[in-house]
Structure formats: structure tokens, C-alpha cells
Design a protein around this ligand. Structure first.
Ligand code: ARG
Length: 565
């Protein structure tokens, strides 16, 4: 149920009927219960241009609201706020309608978009690090969300598998010979050793350089070594994906190297369009109002990260037919994407109506505010981090003793991984993110465990009660009404989260929902004997939909729930 857009339309029409010109009416959720359920505060802003008192304007709008079944009553408050109170009847009918619906009444978009979500994108010549962790978690949840709302989603894992480092890595792989395979198990060690060989041994360094050239020239043996190396490193990433419950597969990998053959075409095309200029021997594109040009080809003929991204954006718009391309990449690449987007539009690789967005995110910091590193300053291995999450989760489960060992592992996995993902998703992605084990595994506050507990609590009610759910939804107690309204706000939340690519709108919603449920649960007895049957039924329906909502929204975020904790 998209409540907000219904109210927007209602007020918009009222303004038209009252001959008040408003560009786009925007109602908001009321900030306090006393202000109703929603508010329209536009009258104050209109006062100046209309040369009328805001209260009078508000009155004319209110008088012009047509008959409807969504509003119970409307009141004007203060200088001219319009407070909108939804009808209980409307709320309970709509709640009743979704109790059996797996999609909770949320209809897929009428005009779906084709959306490319570019996320994860680890570099194969380096250990996958915490920056990629954030991209992977945020990107995957957005891809899930877009899919749920009906978009045609294409996941793209733009892995870094090309560049001069690979000469060194394959030279080292070759040197190790048959036994080399085993040493790829610990990639971090492997990079370190290869680099060491490169720095110490002139012959090895020369060979590495030679291999870069051979690789670029398509030498079969070098290509073979390289493919083998990429395959193994990708499997390491896939271990992380599977542990994290991330839906990226090999089919989603569209590596940097896959654009190699197109890079010269990009240069020629930009040249033909008169966009290419020479600057200090390099070929560049100057962008209006930007100080630095975008370098397309270096003076030695080499291509850059940016050249590949231009080829990729052209491929995505023209071959994949994307209307929206979301790059989930850390904030330090903001300038890069700004330039790519500008040049892509200048060159006509994407039409004006395609939405290009850099879904940027801040750094992952430790509790003292420093970049997240191991104790000795090295990169944290993601797989170790995830294993630690599972270990720590065991400590967070209160009734640990009541589990069989095997079940405890399963439960801890769901709680630990859920905590890592949820805590990342629950802050505004633009800000830096402080990674704090204690906070993310806490039972209190906006954590995944809090949501999972709320879910498990409801499931326990339905283990005691397994009769039918029938009858009307009765909203007499304030807690019942607040819960019902919150449940019906899921659709608005999902749509605005998708529109702005902000997953934390969903986690905030979940936190409010669970908190409201807990209050409802304390004040409105469900299974107690003295609860009249019709009230019990109504409350069971509310509880059931709360559980369904928690499960659905967490599932979109890629987080699992448990029947009991
Ligand atoms: N491999 C890049 C990095 O690690 C991320 C790729 C992002 N996607 C893109 N189309 N540039 O920084």
C-alpha cells in the first residue's frame, strides 16, 4: 500500500479544486502522534506568493478535499499545518487483505526499469578487502530490492583482472611449477612472495615485464597461466559470497579484461566525435566546468581504468539496454564516476534519460576511528572476519546450552553473518562506518539480532496457537493502531529506499516496526485466557503480518531469520 502517494494525490487534487497552484504536493509522516498520521505543511510556503494567511490557505485546501475512505478527519494546527488522520476502517480493511499475501500487498512496478547494479568488483591482484565487503553487502541488497519491486536487474561484477601486476603474479605461479596451485590457497602470502621475488631478483623482474607484454599480445601459455590464476582467486571471492549469502555467480562476472578489444574503438570513436585532445602526450577529454580532463590513453599507448569504464558503460546502455546504472563503489571514486558519466553523455553512449548513479559509501573504521586493519596494520582477510562473526555470535545467544552442537553452528552462522550485514546496511551509507562487534551483536537497539528475536518471538506464539486466522482487525488500543499503520508503510519504505538507493531506510523501518511490536506485545495480551476471541483473532493477525513483514524485509536485505533463538 503506497499510502503517501495516495495522500499526495488527494491533497494535490484539493489544491487544484481550490485554485491553489502547487508544483508537487508532498505529505510527510507526522513527527508526533498528536499531529495525526501524516502532515501537509505546504500552506506556509504558499502564503507569500498567494498573499494570504497560511491558515486560510490550509482551510481552503481542507474544504476542497474530496470524499474518500482513507481519511477519518483532518485538522488545521498551529500556523497552518494540515494534520491527516487515517480512518481505522481503512487501516483494518487493508491489513486484513494482506494476511495471506506473500508479497504483503506490494504490487510490482507497472513500468519496470532495466537496472544494472555494479557491485563487489574485487581486484584479482589483491586480497579482497573491507571496501569490497561494503560494496558487496550494499550492492546485493539493492539488487534484491529492485528485483522485488519488479525491475529487471542485471548484476555486474566488474572484477579487476587486468594490468601490469599480473605479469609478476603469473611469472611467480610458473616458477612454483606443479606445486604452485597449493600456494594459491593463501593469496595474501602469494602476492607478498611474488612481490618479494620481483624486488629482489632482476631476472624475475624482467621476466615479469616480459610476461605482461606477452599476456597483452595474447600468448597462449601466459593466457593459460593467467586464466588459472583468475579462476583460483575468484573462487576465494566466491567463498566469501557464499558465506555472506550474496547472489553473485560466475555469470555476473564481466571482468575488466572482457572490454580489452573495445578500448581502441573507444579512443577512435571519441576522436571521430572531436572530443579527444592531446595533453602532455596523453589523449584526454576535457569536461565543461571541470578542472582536470579525463585521461583516455596514456602517452605510451596504455589504456586506463577510465577507458574500461567507458567501454563498460557503453555496453551496459546499448547492449544490455539499461535505463538505470548503479555503481556501488566507495566514495573515493566519486570524481572518477563524475567524469565517466559526463564523458559517456557527451559521447552519446548513454541517452539523457538513463539514470547514472554512483551509490557511494564511506570507509569502514575501527572503534577508535582508524581505517579497519589487522593489529599489525595489514588487510583483514574477509573470510577470517566472517568466521570471527560466527564465533562471536555463539556468545550472543543466551540459551546456548539448549542447542545441539550442529544446530548451534547453524544458528550462530545466521546471527553472525546477519549482524555483519545489518550493521553495515543500518547506517546512512554515505557516512563512514564504525565496525563494532559488541554493538552489532547486541540484543538492544537497531541490530539484526533484535529483529531476529522479534521474529522468533512471534513464531513461538504460533507454535502455541495453530488455529485459523479469521475475523476482523480491531484497532482499539493505540498500540494496535500504531502497529497496523507501520505495517502498511512497508511499501512506501521500499519504494523510497529503492529510489534513493538507501538501504538504511529499510533497517530504520524494521527497527521502528519491531519496537512497536514489542510495545504491542506487552500491552495487548494475545493468548491470555481473558482475551475475548474476536480481539485475540485480530491480534494474531497483526502478529502474523508483523512476522511476515520482518521476514520479507530481512530477506530483501539478504538476512535470514530463525524460528527460535
Ligand atoms: N575494481 C574496482 C576497485 O577495487 C571496483 C570496480 C568498480 N566498478 C567499476 N565499474 N569501476 O576499486
Amino acid at each position: 500500500m503506497q499510502i503517501r502517494s495516495q495522500l499526495n494525490r488527494l491533497i494535490q487534487r484539493a489544491c487544484e479544486r481550490a485554485n491553489i497552484l502547487v508544483d508537487r504536493v508532498q505529505v510527510n509522516e507526522a513527527s508526533k502522534v498528536a499531529f495525526g498520521d501524516y502532515q501537509f505543511n505546504g500552506a506556509m510556503a504558499l502564503a507569500k506568493s498567494l498573499k494570504k494567511k497560511p491558515r486560510d490557505i490550509a482551510q481552503s485546501i481542507v474544504d476542497a478535499i474530496e470524499d474518500n475512505d482513507i481519511l477519518e478527519y483532518v485538522e488545521i494546527a498551529g500556523p497552518g499545518f494540515i494534520n491527516l488522520h487515517l480512518s481505522n476502517n481503512w487501516l483494518s480493511t487493508n491489513i486484513k487483505n494482506i494476511v495471506q499475501d506473500r508479497r504483503l500487498g506490494i504490487v510490482a512496478k507497472e513500468n519496470p526499469s532495466k537496472v544494472v547494479v555494479d557491485y563487489s568488483g574485487p581486484n584479482m591482484a589483491k586480497q579482497m578487502h573491507v571496501g569490497h565487503l561494503r560494496s558487496t553487502i550494499i550492492g546485493d541488497s539493492l539488487a534484491n530490492l529492485f528485483t522485488f519491486l519488479g525491475d529487471d536487474v542485471i548484476r555486474q561484477n566488474h572484477i579487476g583482472d587486468w594490468g601490469t601486476q599480473f605479469g609478476m603474479l603469473i611469472a611467480y605461479l610458473e616458477e612454483l611449477g606443479e606445486g604452485g596451485e597449493g600456494s594459491l590457497k593463501d593469496l595474501e602470502e602469494f602476492y607478498k612472495r611474488a612481490k618479494q621475488r620481483f624486488d629482489e631478483d632482476e631476472n624475475f623482474a624482467n621476466k615479469s615485464r616480459e610476461y605482461v607484454v606477452k599476456l597483452q599480445g595474447g600468448d597462449v601459455r601466459c593466457l593459460h597461466l593467467w586464466e588459472n590464476f583468475i579462476d583460483k582467486s575468484l573462487s576465494h571471492c566466491e567463498d566469501v559470497y557464499s558465506k555472506l549469502n550474496i547472489k553473485l555467480s560466475r555469470e555476473d562476472v564481466k571482468a575488466e579484461s572482457s572490454y580489452n578489444d573495445d578500448l581502441a574503438n573507444i579512443v577512435n570513436d571519441l576522436e571521430a566525435k572531436g572530443l579527444l585532445k592531446e595533453s602532455q602526450g596523453a589523449k584526454v577529454v576535457f569536461i565543461e566546468a571541470e578542472e582536470n580532463p579525463l585521461i583516455i590513453q596514456k602517452s605510451d599507448g596504455g589504456f586506463l581504468y577510465a577507458t574500461t569504464d567507458l567501454a563498460a558503460i557503453r555496453f551496459r546502455a546499448s547492449k544490455l539496454g539499461a535505463n538505470r546504472i548503479s555503481y556501488v563503489v566507495d566514495a573515493r571514486q566519486a570524481e572518477h564516476f563524475k567524469q565517466i558519466f559526463s564523458v559517456a553523455k557527451m559521447a552519446g553512449y548513454v541517452s539523457e534519460d538513463v539514470k547514472l548513479e554512483h551509490v557511494s559509501f564511506g570507509m569502514m573504521l575501527d572503534k577508535s576511528g582508524r581505517p579497519f586493519k589487522t593489529r599489525d596494520g595489514g588487510t583483514v582477510k574477509l573470510i577470517d572476519l566472517l568466521e570471527e562473526a560466527v564465533e562471536r555470535a555463539k556468545g550472543a545467544i543466551s540459551k546456548r546450552d539448549s542447542y545441539e552442537q550442529e544446530e548451534l553452528e547453524k544458528v550462530a552462522e545466521i546471527i553472525g553473518i546477519g549482524a555483519v550485514k545489518y550493521s553495515d546496511l543500518s547506517i546512512n551509507r554515505e557516512s563512514n562506518y564504525i565496525f563494532d562487534w559488541d554493538k552489532m551483536l547486541s540484543l538492544e537497539g537497531n541490530t539484526s539480532l533484535y529483529q531476529q528475536y522479534a521474529y522468533a518471538r512471534i513464531r513461538s506464539i504460533f507454535r502455541k496457537y495453530n488455529g485459523k486466522l479469521e475475523g476482523d482487525v480491531i484497532l482499539e488500543e493505540p498500540q494496535e493502531r500504531l502497529l497496523a499503520l507501520k505495517l502498511l508503510q512497508l511499501e512506501d519504505t521500499l519504494y523510497s529506499s529503492a529510489k534513493e538507493a538507501m538501504p538504511h531506510y529499510i533497517t530504520s523501518y524494521l527497527y521502528e516496526l519491531s519496537t512497536l511490536f514489542m510495545k504491542f506485545y506487552e500491552t495487548c495480551p494475545i493468548l491470555r485466557e481473558d482475551t475475548p476471541e474476536n480481539i485475540r483473532q485480530s491480534r494474531l493477525i497483526l502478529a502474523q503480518i508483523t512476522a511476515n513483514t520482518l521476514r520479507l524485509a530481512l530477506d530483501i536485505l539478504g538476512i535470514k531469520v530463525l524460528e527460535r533463538i
